[in-house]
Design a protein around this ligand. Sequence first.
Ligand code: GLN
Length: 296
Amino acid sequence: MSSLSEILRDITLIFEGFDDSRREAKQLIKQIAQIDDVSFITNPDDTLSEQQILNIKDAASKRVQGVPLSRIMGKREFWGLEFALSAATLDPRPDTETLVEAALKFAKTNFNNKSHHRRGCDDGAPFRILDLGTGTGCVLIALLSELPSAVGYSVDYSFEATQTARLNAKSNNVGDRFHIIQGSWMEALKPYSFDLIVSNPPYIEESNIEDLMPEVKNHDPILALSGGESGLDCYEQIIFDLKTHLNPHAHAFLEIGKGQLESLTRLSEESSLSVCDSVADLSGILRVVEICRGDK
Ligand code: GLN
């Protein structure tokens, strides 16, 4: 039997060499044994069960081998909501909250929540959002959680990801407004148009994948990371079809990687669209482009 403070000391030692070994140890113990922060201060002498200790040690040894805590737990918090992960989904990144924030701001100014009408449209249709390459569904589900009358559609190439996203929509109480199909980008959505399109597509240049942190390159699916040789393959496909799926007042918000703004501007213009704004993430990197019809 070990006390909370003893196990914290043991795991901190095991994590020696990590950037902040004590913080990581605490985080792991908290999640595995479901202990809150205050207990470390108020009840350090509480004893943990044999099973809890076994689970903590088992998780710690996986962590030492480079498995991210979110993958060990099979879940990740994003936008204050909990998302299940699977081998086919990207582990949602805090950076991607910038995409949600920008898209949400647009939706709130262009969507009359009371009458359920969208701007320039009095047919009573709900505000329709499309998310391309949804993964865990984190972007669309976060938006639906903030926009109670909106309806969401999403696409993912991987069947396993569509199952994970559907589960996440249910567990976050937006399952009845969340639709998902398996397919490649907009191929399966030919006749439909939307009021808001969002996507965080794979955008890493193939040759840079080797240099990513082991936690990323060894645990996120390659399909969710690689944007081909130039990093732009997915944007090319998305932007080519974008205009036909945007309602007259609709905008698209795409997450981008460092230094990709210029290419996105060029690709948009080639499809008679334009980048009307861009938003930086918390570290100052331009992370989101807002695309609207070029004729406005
Ligand atoms: N949209 C999902 C996310 O932001 C998946 C993105 C991806 O697979 N590239 O997490």
